[in-house]
Design a protein around this ligand. Sequence first.
Ligand SMILES: [Mg+2]
Length: 404
Amino acid sequence: MGQIIIHVDMDAFYASVEIRDDPSLKGKPVIIGAMPDERGVVSTCSYEAREFGVRSGMNIKEAYRLCPQGIYMHPDFRKYWDVSEKLHAIWDPYATSSEPIALDETYLDVTETAGDFDRAIEMAHEIKKRTFDDLGLVCSIGVAYSKSAAKTASEETKPNGFFVIRTREDFVELMRERNVRELFSVGPQTAKRLESIGITKIGDIAPRRKDVESALGKQGSFLVDLSQGIDNRKVVAYNPEDAKSVSRELTFQKDTDDYVLIMDLILLLAMSVEKRASDYGHTGGGVQLKVTYSDMKSITRSMTGGIYDDALSIAKGAWELLRNIPRRSIRLVGVGVFNFSESRSRQTTLFDEGRPPENELDHYLERMHRRYNFDFVRNKEVLYRGESLHGIAEHMRLRRNRTR
Ligand SMILES: [Mg+2]
């Protein structure tokens, strides 16, 4: 039996949440991401901002050039995360499995819970209505026989969209004349390679199967199938235990060669990594350091053999890796753990004799407190929440310039 899949995708999610919470923003070009005088990109923007040509992923400087009158805001991930949990509380009970692909987007397998397409369509209308009634937010929905068709459908009439693709034939008919970029998983690079062999339309892919496969290999066969509406992938509920690694990284507002500052930030990144890994019940068997230098050259170094289950051991591992790489001006630093073993639970960890004493971490934080004059270094909960890291890093850098 075929599948019935609903794809739900919130419209301009971060911006919509901010507008909902501050009605004075309504009707205005709201741009969530970096500030115009910072480094970074647009995360999400309201549809009013899109009218100026602003897009997600666009460099913030370019966005500002197009829309200087925009209202620029940093993302508040903690808030979006909370909203996301409420969204899933509405959506997930409709399905046997729910596969989130972003905070605001999920695939729902309703094959069994709906039984047939008509009921699935009713469910999808209910989902849309409840999402708006309960949370005041608008989503677009696609109902289809496969994951990629459902995703295509949810984009079809976005925003506030609703679209159904019942069969492979319907999909092929709908997509035949469209540009390959509209096919699921085709990005600019793949589109360029298809164009280099003379393919621009989705309908041109399958008749050229051999050429597509030799140009794109395995991905080529997948695309040939997709272009014919064939996609048997299942909806796989996200299981944190499947995660292969946990990492956090930070791009500095301004490149820095201040290695004391970099080491301090590594500790903060490590605290955030510890929090995330322990939320998932993971203990790292390896630690990784990623550095991007000012010339954009990136290097990654890692080591295994230890137990990296708390911020200090993760940071110490990363510091050691840092010592062995060339010292130059740095643009980005990232810290991660991998090689997970079965974790001791949080409770046992607290009583584990092998764990570095809590006060050793406190000692480091105390030193940072003095160095940067933070009030909140003592409040580890704030630091554990990695979302505020960019603001903290900037504060630290400014402080450090003054005190150096
Ligand atoms: Mg979305």
